[in-house]
Design a protein around this ligand. Structure first.
Ligand SMILES: [Fe+2]
Length: 152
């Protein structure tokens, strides 16, 4: 999996977090492909889970900072919480000895992250763009929207 400019949420630190998470998913894949015993795979999985939780906190703080609407923020947080719960379950299963789920974990996480960035994270980018007075750029991107009435 590779980070693309189309994944940018408009905030460097959050983009960097996403790049780090993608990098950890790739390391996890690599460890899984070369390791027989599973120790390294488990180590990378722990880092992946820890960093993802750290990132969610940072992202939620950012949404507060930009005045993201409460209901949207609550839905976004719920999405993070669901993934954290799922990660904890996968952690238990993996460290419980079922290390052959590594491939499934990797595929699941890659798909989740891609979908989450493009659908859920992009909503706060749109909000931040508006807040920054970047309405022109948004109007260009949103060509189907009804035309705004001119002031005069
Ligand atoms: Fe998010």
């Amino acid at each position: 999996m590779e980070w693309k400019s189309g994944y940018s949420v408009g905030e460097d630190r959050l983009d960097n977090d996403h790049k780090i998470i993608i990098d950890l998913i790739n390391r996890f894949d690599y460890a899984h492909s070369v390791e027989v015993e599973g120790n390294l795979v488990g180590y990378v999985l722990d880092q992946l889970i820890e960093y993802t939780k750290f990132h969610f906190q940072r992202e939620e703080e950012y949404m507060h900072k930009i005045g993201y609407p409460f209901l949207e923020l609550r839905d976004h947080q719920a999405s993070h919480e669901r993934l954290e719960k799922r990660l904890d379950e996968l952690y238990e299963i993996f460290h419980g000895g079922k290390t052959d789920i590594a491939g499934d974990i990797s595929e699941f996480l890659g798909n989740w992250l891609r979908g989450h960035i493009l659908e859920t994270d992009m909503k706060y980018k749109t909000h931040a763009d508006y807040a920054a007075g970047d309405a022109d750029a948004d109007a260009d991107a949103d060509a189907d929207a009804p035309a705004r009435e001119e002031a005069d």
